[in-house]
Design a protein around this ligand. Structure first.
Ligand code: C5P
Length: 227
């Protein structure tokens, strides 16, 4: 009964979490959303006035990392795992625009990455895990048995996030979302500390035109080849 590590990396809003979640549930593996961890640290920073006008107080945020406790708990009602910051359910709040705007700058900080990567490695040490993020196949689990690199056009991705936020009743324009998607891509790909890039041994999935079911079947087949 061999278990593997599955790394799902790629740009923001290209369906990584949808695929990773579905794959984990089909395999009976754990699913870890590492973006939620960077988002929770960002929310902590915003609440404690360590981020103002896009500028992060790196020294203070780094000094307080040890008192930021991030956990995931499965919600029966929501039918999914939700993110907790120091015991408080922050699943909704970490998806909103203030956090989305500041998360990429926070994720450039080396000490923040070191801290979260160590937690992620601990979570995956027994394998049987699907983890999505930006640096899972390159930094967190360079030996992952399966690495998927997902991509889709900025328009397709912005449209998806727009539909999601609209459905939740948020008042926001498509242009604002598209600008945020493009800006985050730029910061993620150009930062010094673990920039987003495709691992040499990753397989690419451009999902602009695939349904979630097609993606799941495709990925499931790749897993079977490795078991
Ligand atoms: O995946 P999601 O879009 O929620 O991630 C939010 C942000 O967190 C990304 O734009 C990126 O800046 C950062 N991130 C990261 N490394 C990861 C996961 C997320 O730098 N492994």
């Amino acid at each position: 009964n061999k278990k593997i590590v599955i790394a799902v990396d790629g740009h923001s809003s290209c369906g990584k979490s949808t695929l990773a979640k579905a794959l984990a549930s089909r395999l009976n593996y754990a699913y870890i959303d590492t973006g939620a961890m960077y988002r929770a640290v960002t929310l902590y920073g915003l609440r404690n006035n360590l981020i103002a006008e896009g500028k992060v107080d790196e020294a203070d945020l780094t000094a307080q990392l040890h008192q930021i406790k991030i956990t995931f708990r499965y919600s029966e009602a929501a039918g999914k795992s939700e993110t907790y910051l120091n015991g408080e359910n922050v699943e909704e709040e970490i998806r909103q625009l203030p956090v989305s705007r500041s998360v990429s700058p926070v994720a450039t900080i080396g000490e923040v990455r070191k801290h979260l990567v160590a937690l992620q490695q601990e979570m995956g040490k027994n394998k049987g895990i699907v983890m999505d993020g930006r640096d899972i196949g390159t930094v967190v689990f360079p030996d992952a048995e399966l690495k998927i690199y997902m991509t889709a056009s900025p328009e397709v991705r912005a449209q998806r996030r727009y539909d999601e936020l609209k459905a939740k009743g948020e008042d926001i324009s498509f242009e604002e979302i598209k600008a945020n998607v493009i800006e985050r891509d730029y910061i993620d790909e150009n930062r010094e500390e673990s920039p987003l890039r495709q691992a040499d041994d990753a397989i690419v999935l451009d999902n602009s035109y695939f349904t979630p079911e097609e993606q799941l079947d495709w990925a499931f087949e790749k897993v079977m080849e490795r078991l």
